[in-house]
Design a protein around this ligand. Structure first.
Ligand code: PLP
Length: 383
């Protein structure tokens, strides 16, 4: 094995998280498992089967190539939804393979309907409403045109969903903006109702909205980060913690990322470790080299700030993280040896390294760090 690190995916933690989310949304709301970014670094081929075992049969991705990755491992009974980019050729592929996709402008709607007509299969569309996020979405003013197109092509599409996305439901700062978006979304729903076009699923909530705005939980939720055991923000965690205190439940991390000590060396007081001068030993220290660097998903910005676990102890990264290695200070671990397990993310004995702590305490960086875990790190399912 020439891979220098590996990832363990906990089946029981995943199952626990789905149960937790199921309790919050109730039994009648469909949960779509968001598996874009290679299932937030966890590995699509790992997560899709686990999700299906937990009775999830809807998967959301950003692009056609991600949809193809899910398509290869998912049960034929599961549905796949593309929330973002599709080229014209890929749109044809999606319709042929009954993949659902977002429609956020008139051009795509026209093309989807025309292709569906030619192929002879209905396009499974989710209309995305512009409610104030101002990224993608159809403006309310365009609805007469949309409805006209739909009515003219009634046999060539399935109205699978009417959806939108909130601009920061994980922070109370955005409370009024999110509330306005909910109101605006309801206008869209009423418009389609008046024109007797009823979406199969009204869906607006990602993890944060699911956990904190119960009115945003409609017919389906699109849950990404929470199913992997991460809170979208500290605020979201506190909100749920206060509500669920009695039950004492929490999300559980699904991922553990591990490597091994490659070699150990002593460095004298006054010597520098690694490139340049960013770390100078101020006494005699023992350094362990770990064969994981920024090319392997361990950010260079963790130079002199990251932490890893060895023999149940938390030890600091010293010097700069290089392309394929990092150095950690193991002076305080008496029997450390080459081959010892190193935990980069996750638990070892009683301690744990969360992605958040290792990515500078910012929750947004959870998403980024996870998504950057290279696809070629071996991944294993564990209990
Ligand atoms: C990524 C994404 C989600 C999931 O977000 P989480 O915060 O990870 O739950 C939901 N909806 C859309 C449109 C997304 O792009």
């Amino acid at each position: 094995m020439d891979q220098t690190s590996y990832i363990e995916i906990s089946k029981s933690a995943y199952k626990h998280n789905i149960k937790y989310l199921r309790k919050i949304v109730g039994k009648d709301v469909r949960i779509s498992s968001v598996v874009k970014g290679n299932a937030y670094g966890h590995g699509v081929e790992m997560i899709v089967p686990l999700a299906e075992k937990a009775k999830i049969n809807h998967f959301s991705v950003f692009s056609a190539s991600e949809a193809l990755d899910v398509f290869k491992v998912a049960s034929p009974k599961s549905d796949i939804m593309i929330m973002g980019y599709l080229s014209d050729e890929q749109l044809e592929w999606a319709i042929e393979n009954e993949i659902e996709f977002y429609v956020f402008d008139i051009e795509r709607l026209e093309l989807a309907l025309a292709l569906a007509k030619r192929i002879g299969k209905p396009a499974r569309i989710h209309l995305e409403a512009e409610t104030g996020f101002h990224r993608t979405g159809i403006e309310y003013d365009l609805l007469p045109q949309v409805v006209g197109l739909l009515k003219d092509n009634i046999a060539h599409f399935k109205f699978e969903g009417l959806c939108t996305h909130y601009a920061g439901a994980e922070s109370i700062t955005n409370f009024y903006r999110v509330m306005k978006q909910i109101q605006e979304y309801r206008r869209f729903v009423r418009y389609f109702n008046r024109h007797e076009l009823k979406p199969n699923y009204r869906h607006t909530a990602g993890s944060a909205a699911t956990l904190t705005y119960s009115q945003s939980v409609m017919d389906m939720v699109r849950v990404g980060i929470a199913q992997y055991g991460f809170w979208p923000s500290q605020e979201t965690y506190i909100y749920q913690f206060k509500r669920n205190q009695a039950k004492g439940s929490d999300l559980k991390r699904v991922i553990t990322w591990k490597s091994r000590v490659m070699t150990i060396k002593e460095v004298d007081s006054g010597d520098f470790v690694g490139y340049g001068t960013s770390y100078m030993a101020n006494k005699k220290v023992k350094i362990a080299i770990v064969p994981v660097g920024y090319a392997n998903g361990f950010s260079r910005s963790l130079s002199n700030t990251g932490r890893v676990l060895i023999r149940g102890k938390r030890v600091p990264v010293v010097g700069t993280v290089t392309m394929n290695t990092m150095s950690v200070n193991v002076t305080d671990i008496p029997n450390v040896q080459p081959g010892d397990e190193v935990v980069l993310v996750g638990k070892q004995k009683r301690l744990s390294i969360s992605v958040a702590s290792f990515s500078e305490m910012s929750n947004q960086l959870n998403y980024q760090t996870l998504a950057r875990l290279p696809g070629n790190i071996p991944r294993y399912i564990v209990h």
